[in-house]
Every structure is written in C-alpha cells, then in structure tokens.
Design a protein around this ligand. Structure first.
Ligand code: NOJ
Length: 553
C-alpha cells in the first residue's frame, strides 16, 4: 500500500458505507486470450474501477475448479485455477487494488466442494462409515437394496439432491447429498475436520492480505437433524427466499460457525469482513446473520426483489434499516449479481420470473429494453443515495441488459442441463462485458474469443463509447458515486419527505434531497439544484421513472 492510504483503505469501518463492485472473473477481462477472463485481465482494468469511484471489489471464485458451476465447485480452496492465472497474479492484483485505494474481498464456498476435491475423492475410495465419508453427507439409500435416495430433497438446480456412488468393489453403494449440482457435494458442518479446514482457508487468504470474504450460501451450511423430507412450494426462487422451516436453509446451526469465523477475522484487525449470501426472509430473521459477533454484512435480497413501485420500496427500505439497525449493522442494497436477471431487463418485467429461471428465446416475457434501462438508472440512483453499503455488479454501470437470445449450444449453467432446458438459468447475466467498441470481443479479449457469445449491439454499451458522454449510463454512475462520496451519503441518515403523489418517493439524506418518480406520468419537481439525474429533467418537472438528487437552491 502507498504511504498515504486512500479511499476505503483509510478506514477500519469502511464496509459500513462502501460501494462494493462485483467482479465475475470469467467475464470481466481476458488477458491470456483464451476467451475466459483472468486475474491479469482484472489487474489491467482496475484503474477503470478506481476511476468509476467504487470503494472495494468482490471477486467471484477463481480457485482451482473443474468449473462445473463456473468455479462455485472448488477443488482446492488455497490455489488459483490456471484458467485465471497463478497465486502470484492474485498477489499482484491485490497489491494494485490496494494501491488504487480499493479493498478486495474474495468468495468463500463452504457449503460444498467440488467432486474433484481431494477429500471427496478420498471419501469415494473409502468405505461407508469411514472418517473420509464423515466430512460429507453420505447416507444409505431407502428401498430393499438402497436403490431409493435417503429423502425427497431436490437440487436447487433441478432434479434430485442425491447421487448414488459405486463402491470400490463395483457394487451400487451409498448416496451423497448435493443441494446444488451433483458435482458439488455438501460438507457435513458438524464435522471438526471441516471446521478446521475452513479456518485454515480463511487464514490463508487473510495472510495474503484480503479484506474479507463473501460467503456463498451462508444460509445453507447446517442441515436439520435427521434430514426430514421437504417439498418446496411451486415457483419458489431456487435459493430459498421466504420459505419457513426448510430443513436445509436458515437452520440455527449456521450461527456458531460465523461466530467462530468472526474471531478468526478479528485476529487480523477490525477492518476484515464477512459478507453473507443468505437468501433469507423476512429481514428481521436475516438480521441474525449480522449480529455483532457474526458477519458484518449480508446481501439484501428482499431489496433486490422489490419492484419499482414507491410503496413497496418505502416499506423495504424502512424494514431494512430497522432490522439491520436493531443489531447495529449497516443495511446493504443490491440490484444485480451473477445469479439474477440484470436489473436493466428485470425492472421491465411484472412480475419477473423466479430467481434462477432466467430468460431465453422461448420465454413468453418480452421486456421493453428502453423502459427497463430507464427504470434501472432511476433505481440505481435511488439506491446509491441510501445510507449503508451498496453492491454493484460488473456491467450494470454500462446499462447492460440480460442477454436473452443465447443459443442452447452456448449455455453453460448447470440448471439448464439439469432441467432439460426448462430453466434457462443465469448465463444471460454473465456474458463478457464490453470495454472498447471497436476492439476484438469489444475489448474483453485480445483474440476476440469469448466463452459466451457477445450479442449484436454489445459495442454500443462499451465503456469507451460512454466515457465522457453526458447522459450515458457510465457517466450517471460516476456522477452518483462522486456525489455520494462528497456528501457522505453512505454514512448518512434517511428521513422521508412528504410527497403529493403516491408514485413518488422523496427523502432527505444530509444535505441532499432525493426524489424518485416510479410512476408513468411526469410530476412536479421540488425546487433545488440538480446534482444527479437518472434521465433528462426539465425545469420544474420530474419525468416518469426518473430519480434526481437536489441540493437546496
Ligand atoms: C450461490 C452462487 O452465487 C451461485 O452462483 C452458485 O451457483 C451457488 N451459490 C452454489 O455455489
């Protein structure tokens, strides 16, 4: 780090108000030319993120992995997959980010490993009842010859959540649990060796200097004793959502694990954080994940799933501030990530498909791209003015839409295959992002190759086509992030202002007044100096689907 610490690097409690930018490494920037993004590519493009004005980056997995679920199937938690580079490339990326004043958090995937992990291989080679099998959830099958799975659980990617193994002597054997793909066996978190493994993984990355961890499936590690049968309701989002009493989600047993990790991190100082990916509702229940001795933040998926409607937004903001505030945690806000339909598309769908379903050529929903982008810009402008910490997903600052017309032959999400194409899955939000309008693969890769095809028109969204262009989505994000920092909105407090129209939300944060018109008709705009506007505004009038930030005149 430089002798003068900059930006988020200067504060121990940086995470309370940070804007954290999610890098999805395989789709961010490819330096090697193989069509998959990598760590040297990230390093080269970090200055663009510093210039955008984010405080931190979160990197989705880049660890050794067969890539059956885009790296969320980890074979070695303490090494870099050659696809993404080396540990030295990681160290260089981290040092560069820190020099630029940005914190770095990495993904931790503790619910399951890959079947290629040395422990799972050892478990397959060892007999039932062995210590090797005890690290995972192996059970005998039901039925006369164990030919039926141990319970009725379904994988969130479709199909059953159990796979039967062939024992060393060639006979059909036990079954192992995988809440996700069959390539992702669940660990047994009551096992001491598993607990010790992950303490070691945390220390490995903390020793290298990371600022924290985004914890994958942070609501899933503990399973109900006895693994009772459970049938999810039709059309529930695949990651959990608001279902009560699911034997594999939100079990009390997750909390001692996070208390333990909290102590591991605290030994490195007060500025290292745990951010949980917990799909848990209601928010009052989710707040348990961020009690003072557990995690620091948790993603606010209730906010992400809120439609662009004034009354719903006001409720979710109030509920979030109250729930997180009751345990002394900051609220977080998020609109997009690598698992959901990009919000520039989603906000034009009423209602959007359940999480994980995705969109494809045969979907019956046909989003209006212009409406979606207008709402997305307004929604982001609203979000970035809220007190707390906000997450951005790579490409949203370019206004990227979901890519709907990916050919089946290009799709890679395991959920597409496990449901025989019934779920399109998440590839549409993972298409490599455009940097330069006239470069091969729009600047993503020097050879022009791209692991998912970039659609026609992608160049129009390129960063260099938007940089310096007044009114572009990139410049909107930049101006909002600058004003957010200048007026310390992340550390501020929200008070609602009265509004004359039920489609309008207005609040004050410090010296900034924020007004959002979620309706379809223009409304009168309060007097003031506009410092951020999500779309064109004319004197005295706030158009439909538009948010402005005002300073007193
Ligand atoms: C949540 C991750 O965000 C998602 O991409 C992944 O497929 C599942 N967890 C399983 O690890």
């Amino acid at each position: 780090m430089n002798t003068t610490t900059r930006g988020a690097m200067a504060r121990d409690d940086w995470w309370r108000s940070a804007v954290i930018y999610q890098i999805y490494p395989r789709s961010f920037a490819d330096a090697s030319g193989d069509g998959v993004g990598d760590l040297p590519g990230i390093t080269r493009r970090l200055p663009a993120l510093a210039e955008l004005g984010v405080d931190a980056v979160w990197l989705s997995p880049f660890f050794t992995s067969p890539q059956a679920d885009a790296g969320y199937d980890v074979a070695d938690y303490c090494d870099v997959d050659p696809l993404f580079g080396t540990l030295a490339d990681f160290d260089a990326m981290l040092a560069n980010a820190h020099d630029l004043g940005m914190r770095v958090i990495v993904d931790l995937v503790p619910n399951h490993s890959s079947i290629a992990h040395a422990w799972f291989r050892a478990a397959l080679a060892a007999p039932p009842g062995s210590t090797q099998r005890a690290r995972y959830i192996f059970r005998d099958g039901l039925g006369e010859n164990g030919e039926l799975p141990p319970n009725n659980w379904e994988s969130v990617f479709g199909g059953r959540a159990w796979t039967r193994v062939t024992e060393a002597d060639g006979t059909p054997g036990q079954w192992y649990l995988h809440i996700f793909d069959s390539s992702q066996p669940d660990f047994d978190w009551t096992n001491n060796e598993v607990q010790e493994l992950f303490r070691g993984v945390l220390r490995f990355w903390l020793d290298r200097g990371v600022d924290g961890f985004r914890v994958d499936v942070a609501h899933g590690l503990a399973k109900a004793a006895g693994l009772p049968d459970y049938t999810p309701p039709e059309d529930s989002g695949s990651m959990g959502g608001d279902e009560a009493d699911v034997p594999y989600w939100a079990q009390e047993g997750v909390h001692p694990i996070y208390r333990d990790w909290h102590e591991v991190l605290a030994a490195y100082g007060p500025d290292r954080i745990l951010a949980g990916e917990a799909w848990v509702e209601p928010l009052t229940k989710l707040a348990k994940w961020v009690r003072p001795d557990e995690m620091h933040q948790t993603f606010n998926f209730s906010y992400l799933e809120t439609p662009w409607a004034a009354d719903r937004l006001r409720s979710v903001v109030d509920e979030s501030l109250a729930a997180f505030g009751s345990v002394g945690a900051p609220s977080t806000w998020v609109l997009s990530n690598h698992d959901v339909i990009r919000h520039a598309t989603r906000l034009a769908l009423t209602p959007p498909p359940p999480q994980g379903q995705g969109l494809g050529p045969a979907s019956t929903l046909h989003p209006d791209a212009v409406l979606g982008l207008r709402r997305a810009r307004a929604a982001t402008s609203f979000m970035l003015a809220l007190p707390g910490s906000s997450y951005l997903y790579q490409g949203e600052e370019l206004g990227l839409p979901e890519v709907i017309d990916l050919p089946d032959s290009a799709r890679q999400d395991p959920s597409f295959f496990r449901t025989a194409g019934k779920m399109y899955g998440r590839d549409g939000c993972r298409v490599p992002i455009p940097w330069e309008a006239s470069a091969p693969a729009t600047g993503f890769s020097p050879t022009g190759s791209s692991w998912l095809p970039q659609p026609d028109g992608w160049a129009d969204y390129a960063r260099d086509a938007q940089a310096g262009v007044p009114g572009s989505t990139l410049e909107l994000y930049r101006s909002a992030l600058t004003a957010r920092r200048e007026h310390a909105l992340g550390d501020g407090e929200l008070s609602w202002l009265p509004s004359s129209d039920e489609a309008v939300l207005a609040f004050r944060n410090g010296e900034v007044t924020v007004v959002a018109n979620t309706g379809s008709a223009p409304v009168p705009m309060p007097v003031g100096r506009v410092i951020v506007a999500s779309g064109p505004v004319s004197e005295g009038e706030l158009p439909a689907d538009t948010t402005v930030w005002l300073l007193d005149a």
